[in-house]
Design a protein around this ligand. Structure first.
Ligand SMILES: NC(=O)c1ccc[n+]([C@@H]2O[C@H](COP(=O)([O-])OP(=O)(O)OC[C@H]3O[C@@H](n4cnc5c(N)ncnc54)[C@H](OP(=O)(O)O)[C@@H]3O)[C@@H](O)[C@H]2O)c1
Length: 339
């Protein structure tokens, strides 16, 4: 990025799983941050977090904390975003929100910068960052859509415990240690034991039998890709993986698309890397994507019973699925002269 005026930045949820990674990503990418404010709940006031070799004292996230802020990254709770994101906008700053609160609001852009950056032009002080599962999904789908028009997708996700924040990671670790001592696992964050298990429920069930996470994947994808009728059939599963969401996807396109052409389209798309060599047992895994910003795609093959294509996609839910995408949004806004 060219030399830039320094921006005043706030990280809300500075003590959380995404907040920690946000500080790291801002530093790694050389974001033009001048003053940086670390905000969290009253519980964390006075704690210290590290950013770019400095120690920041955590302050409480209250409206006045956003005076003079250019970008406020929200990685806390939905209700906090609901209350405080408008306070940022009112003060002339931009709130970039990781919660689901604003994602389907017609006046709020929902953005993956590689896919729909132009949506930022219509912002009114709040920009929403999609769900961690949706981001990897649309990053793999958009190149295929541009190449051959996507008609429908069947997707099953395998989602890491860190998608439920620090409590999710701590629950997996505690259950693994408890099982080694012969203790029965006690689910709290997840609906069933997560250690050595797979749980076909992320978040909570709705009246229609789908989970809230599944509907986020459907509705957010339709909004980002501007395809309100897109046919997505989805199941979201929590698995005992610390970091890295995976998804197996069966994609139907309008025009014929060979696995070779799909591989080319995916490899040419910014932020996507093809990792696919079945002859040498090469495919992407969550362990391999942890700490990386690229969405990795492999297992690209034609369905045996139709013209559809199978693929397997993994991304780091805390980086591209959250922090990196949020920082990229701010960078894109600066590039477009929007802030
Ligand atoms: N984890 C992921 O992969 C992921 C991906 C995409 C989006 N998200 C979203 O990002 C947000 C943060 O998730 P996370 O995984 O980082 O959760 P987390 O590890 O549980 O951290 C939550 C953070 O929110 C803060 N917080 C909670 N209540 C607050 C309040 N009333 N006022 C101010 N701060 C408050 C906490 O501060 P204290 O320490 O003071 O309690 C903590 O810093 C959520 O909206 C989540 O849905 C997460």
């Amino acid at each position: 990025m060219a030399a830039e005026r320094e921006r005043t930045v706030a990280v809300v949820g500075a003590t959380g799983a995404v907040g920690e990674v946000l500080f790291r990503v801002l530093e790694e990418r050389g974001f033009p941050a001048g003053e940086v404010r670390a905000l969290a709940s009253e519980r964390s006031v006075g704690r210290r977090v590290r950013f770019a070799g400095r120690e920041l004292e955590v302050r409480e996230a209250v409206p006045e904390a956003f005076d003079g802020v250019d970008f406020a990254f929200f990685a806390a709770t939905g209700s906090l975003s609901k209350d405080l994101a408008p306070e940022v906008a009112r003060r002339g700053g931009v709130a970039i929100d990781k919660s689901s609160t604003w994602r389907l609001d017609h006046e709020v852009p929902l953005v993956v910068p590689e896919v729909n950056p132009a949506a930022l032009e219509k912002h009114r002080g709040i920009v929403s960052c999609p769900n961690c599962t949706t981001i990897g999904f649309v990053m793999a789908l958009e190149p295929l859509h541009r190449a051959a028009g996507v008609r429908s997708v069947v997707v099953t996700t395998l989602q890491a415990v860190s998608g439920a924040g620090k409590p999710g990671v701590e629950e997996l670790e505690a259950q693994v240690e408890g099982l080694a001592r012969g203790e029965a696992p006690e689910p709290a964050t997840f609906a069933a034991p997560i250690a050595y298990n797979a749980v076909p429920l992320c978040e909570k069930f709705l009246d229609n039998g789908y989970s809230s996470e599944e509907l986020k994947l459907l509705n957010e994808t339709r909004k980002i890709m501007e395809m309100p009728e897109l046919d997505v059939a989805m199941t979201c599963v929590r698995v005992p993986v610390p970091v890295g969401h995976s998804a197996t996807m069966l994609v139907e396109t309008e025009r014929g698309l060979t696995p070779e052409a799909a591989r080319e389209a995916l490899a040419a798309f910014p932020g996507v890397e093809v990792v696919d060599d079945p002859g040498r047992d090469v495919f992407p895994t969550p362990m391999q994507v942890e700490g990386r910003d690229e969405v990795l795609v492999g297992r690209i093959r034609r369905d045996l019973g139709s013209d559809r294509l199978w693929l397997w996609q993994v991304s780091d839910n805390l980086r591209k699925g959250a922090a990196t995408n949020a920082v990229q949004i701010a960078e894109e806004m600066i590039r477009r002269g929007l802030k």
